[in-house]
Design a protein around this ligand. Structure first.
Ligand code: ZN
Ligand code: ZN
Length: 426
């Protein structure tokens, strides 16, 4: 029997790690630059949290959740998205008593029983941020700025920012009705998914990617034409703030996309996505929006919030495509090469002392010729070799050589002296 990783999952091998180090390091750096603090929530939650928080009519809750009963009879679900758990934690831990908005970020695996394809996994990993407790458009602009700052700091280019406002509980119902009237005339010519979504969630017909449905979405009524006065003001203000950001980020050109609604029920007002070049609407690098009604759905007091999620696998796929380099492993500073039995033993204790002092060091494998040991040192990426021979050992010295370039130096076989020589670059 041959075991394989479950369908839609992947091992992150040592050779992949430089990219993960790059995207995770940049996430923590960017988040802290904006005053966002880290939060970790459990990998699984009460199933009802997602039924209430994400919405019964969504693809996620209908067919993509990993739900299981535990031995105590509770129904639990592996996190299919990051926002509802953070909102649950906000309520449960009394974060409403902190200065608002509470700015949080997280790096978490996300589990969805999805059709696996390029950049889409059943266990994928997200960088997410949430700003909870302040409904003003300046927070929307801050979140969008954070997302843009993050992806561009990684060295990605050719990105597009799409924005839309889908209104709130006051103006969304009339917009829904307008969509129902419009799609009512066309749904017979649209795909099967659209036919089944039409009654319950006509907004989802707007962003159907099916070729035969796209023209109907393009010509559909626009949410921004239906905004009530407070939503309209919010939207105007946000557009002004984003226009100002262009002074700092010349590439940041928000495009209004009235077909952008995002897949989750909880979004209100601002929704946005950052898309990579080439793939059009098929792929989103980072997406999010405002969710002012979510806290009440979870049993809390009315509390505005906004955030985004960014799939790290898809980000890395785009980094590779744009030939951005990852952040490589630290190679050992020095490899000890040994000639003779006494020298070999001395090599081990010398390397142990160097490592205890914080210097990355390895002993070349025993049982190889000096030439073979040098080859090992080369392939390890080390900068120096420390050559210890039985005869030199009698004098208490060894030879330190750079692996590329000239020059060598005799050093006392003393960890402090070797460390000093390495720091000085011989
Ligand atoms: Zn469709
Ligand atoms: Zn409104």
């Amino acid at each position: 029997m041959n075991f394989k990783a479950p369908r839609g999952t992947a091992d992150v091998l040592p050779d992949d790690q430089p990219f993960w180090r790059l995207v995770d390091g940049a996430a923590a750096r960017t988040a802290s630059l904006f005053g966002y603090r880290k939060i970790d929530t459990p990998l699984f939650e009460d199933t009802r949290l997602f039924q209430r928080g994400v919405g019964e009519d969504t693809d996620i809750v209908e067919k993509e959740m990993y739900t299981f009963g535990d031995r105590g009879g509770d129904s639990l679900t592996l996190k299919p998205e990051g926002t509802a758990p953070v909102c649950r934690a906000y309520l449960e831990n009394g974060m409403a008593n902190l200065p608002q908005p509470v700015r949080l970020y997280y790096l978490t695996p996300i589990f969805r029983y999805d059709r696996p394809q390029a950049g889409r996994y059943r266990q994928h990993h997200q960088f997410g941020v949430e700003a909870i407790g302040d409904g003003s458009p300046t927070v929307d602009a801050e979140i969008i700025e954070l997302g843009w700052s993050y992806v561009t700091s990684l060295g990605l280019g050719g990105l597009t920012l799409k924005v839309n406002s889908i209104g709130d509980r006051v103006c969304r119902p009339p917009y829904r009705e307008a969509l129902k009237r419009y799609f009512g005339e066309h749904v017979k010519d649209m795909c099967r998914d659209c036919k089944s979504r039409f009654q319950r969630n006509p907004l989802r017909l707007l962003d159907c990617k099916n070729e035969s449905c796209v023209p109907f979405g393009d010509a559909a009524p626009r949410a921004t034409d239906y905004l009530c006065a407070p939503c309209g003001e919010h939207w105007q203000e946000l557009q002004g703030l984003l226009a100002d950001l262009k002074r700092v980020y010349p590439g940041l050109e928000p495009q209004l996309d009235h077909r952008l609604v995002r897949g989750l029920d909880y979004y209100t007002r601002t929704v946005f996505e950052i898309q990579p070049p080439l793939e059009g609407g098929q792929s989103t690098l980072l997406g999010g929006g405002r969710y002012d009604g979510l806290m009440e759905q979870l049993g809390g007091p009315p509390t505005p919030g906004i955030g985004f999620g960014c799939g790290r696998e898809r980000l890395i796929m785009n980094l590779r495509r744009q030939e951005v380099k990852g952040q490589t492993d630290a190679a050992p500073a020095v490899v000890a090469v040994h000639v003779g039995d006494a020298a070999r033993r001395r090599a081990y204790v010398t390397v142990a002392a160097l490592r205890a002092g914080g210097i990355a060091a390895l002993v070349a494998p025993p049982g190889r010729s000096v030439k073979g040991q040098m080859r090992f040192a080369d392939s390890s990426g080390a900068r120096y070799v420390l050559v210890i021979g039985d005869r030199e050992l009698e004098r208490g010295v060894a030879t330190l050589k750079p692996l590329t370039g000239d020059g060598q130096r005799e050093v006392a076989l003393d960890p402090h002296e070797i460390a000093d020589a390495l720091k000085q670059g011989l």
